[in-house]
Design a protein around this ligand. Structure first.
Ligand SMILES: Cc1cc2nc3c(=O)[nH]c(=O)nc-3n(C[C@H](O)[C@H](O)[C@H](O)COP(=O)(O)OP(=O)(O)OC[C@H]3O[C@@H](n4cnc5c(N)ncnc54)[C@H](O)[C@@H]3O)c2cc1C
Length: 384
């Protein structure tokens, strides 16, 4: 099945596929083993304008279409999820600027990100507030024409390599203003008081740095506030509505990569004198994997298409895509390991890495329990 992709989307998919097959796939196991950020892949993506895909031509980008971005993320994720995150997080970290920035903020910050000269990150989560992001404690106190930030963030993808980090902080000045008086700020890594803490050791996506960030009397110009004071929480949620299909695309790509591997192995591996693909038990597993992948792709592309067409009420479709595709990635990669038998459990084959990488898609940008809350809330709204 091929969800009505246009010529540009097909061309980008082909280009990304060829580059990844030649340059990314051979690096994937090494990136996982070393746990180091693959600067060579970042340069490769910058050189081929892959990092420019999330941006419109007005700001030096090549597309700006969500569906095009999803297709690119899906393609990279078939080979190496850590590498796909370089593109995903460039989009996630720049989305608050693209959605709520002034013309001046966009002109200053988006073009170097589109060229891949700089990297972006998105800093919402804190050690005490994950799913309940509104419970954050980082504060921004207004002093003249600056805000002084104090606090910390945790689990920030690319936090240690990013040049530009969008940070969410409380702006209630005396603690007596309504909850969720949260604002968003564009912070540059060179601003005094910006400190990178420890990098987390993880189960999967091991080459993607997950950092703690500290802000110690960090003075941000008021001109770097995104939108009005107190509008930051709404913006954070709007960004997630736009970015969750990207996690769905990542999950979809992992599932497709695992399926291709399992299908090939089932044809090649002989037991009891014939290929294991001739056993109905294996065939049924492959049939279920293929069906789940098709369904995940339909939901993922539909959510990207809805965003591109600026349809209203996109929260549920973004959450459904993320929920279903990530659960699919987990099931399909687990079954792929099973089809490879004992070899699936070895690092000699990528199946176990895919299974480890798949797990995070059920957790970040809102756990799948939170996606269910979003979907249920939308279903229970009064419809006229
Ligand atoms: C590798 C990695 C990268 C990340 N990257 C980023 C990033 O770039 N930027 C960023 O801001 N954050 C990032 N995160 C944070 C991520 O989004 C959070 O970890 C996630 O939202 C869950 O928060 P938590 O870990 O605090 O879990 P908790 O919120 O403590 O949840 C624990 C469990 O309780 C469940 N739960 C919580 N509330 C409810 C509820 N109301 N109903 C039912 N179940 C509930 C959860 O689903 C989960 O199973 C990253 C996390 C990881 C692990």
């Amino acid at each position: 099945m091929d969800f009505s992709l246009n010529d540009e989307q097909r061309q980008i998919r082909e280009m990304v596929h060829d580059i990844c097959l030649e340059r990314v796939e051979p690096r994937a196991a090494e990136i996982d083993e070393s746990g180091e950020f693959p600067w060579d892949i970042k340069e490769l993506f910058a050189k081929h304008d892959i990092l420019a895909i999330p941006f419109t031509p007005e700001y030096g980008g090549v597309s700006g279409s969500v569906l095009t971005l999803l297709v690119a993320v899906e393609e990279i994720s078939k080979f190496c999820v850590t590498s796909s995150l370089i593109l995903s997080v460039q989009s996630l970290g720049s989305l608050p600027i693209a959605l709520a920035g002034t013309a001046e903020q966009k002109r200053k910050y988006l073009p170097p990100l589109a060229r891949g000269e700089q990297l972006a990150a998105y800093a919402l989560t804190e050690s005490g507030s994950g799913s309940d992001a509104g419970g954050m404690r980082t504060r921004a106190i207004k002093r003249g024409d600056t805000y002084v930030l104090n606090g910390s963030k945790t689990f920030i993808t690319g936090g240690s390599v990013a040049d530009t980090v969008v940070v969410f902080a409380r702006t209630d000045q005396n603690g007596d203003t309504p909850a969720r008086n949260i604002s968003a700020f564009i912070v540059e890594k060179t601003m005094p008081g910006f400190k990178v803490g420890k990098l987390e050791k993880k189960m999967g996506i091991r080459g993607s740095p997950t950092a703690q960030l500290f802000f110690e009397d960090l003075a941000v110009p008021a001109a770097n506030r995104l939108g009005s004071e107190g509008e930051g929480f709404k913006l954070a949620m709007r960004v997630l509505d736009h970015s969750r299909p990207g996690i769905a695309a990542q999950a979809l790509g992992i599932a497709e990569g695992a399926f291709d591997l399992a299908r090939k192995y089932a044809r090649d591996r002989h037991q009891f004198g014939r290929p294991i693909a001739e056993f109905q038990g294996i065939q049924f597993m492959l049939a279920d994997m293929a069906t789940q992948i098709e369904a995940a792709r339909a939901l993922t592309y539909a959510s990207g298409d809805a965003l591109d067409r600026r349809l209203p009420d996109i929260s549920a479709s973004s959450s459904m895509a993320k929920l279903f595709a990530s659960d699919t990635a987990m099931r399909v990669t687990t079954d792929a390991v099973q089809i490879l038998g004992g070899y699936g459990y070895l690092r000699d084959f990528p199946a176990e890495r895919m299974m480890r990488d798949a797990k995070i898609t059920q957790i970040y940008e809102g756990t799948n329990e939170i996606q269910r809350l979003v979907i249920a809330r939308e279903q229970l709204k009064e419809k006229t």
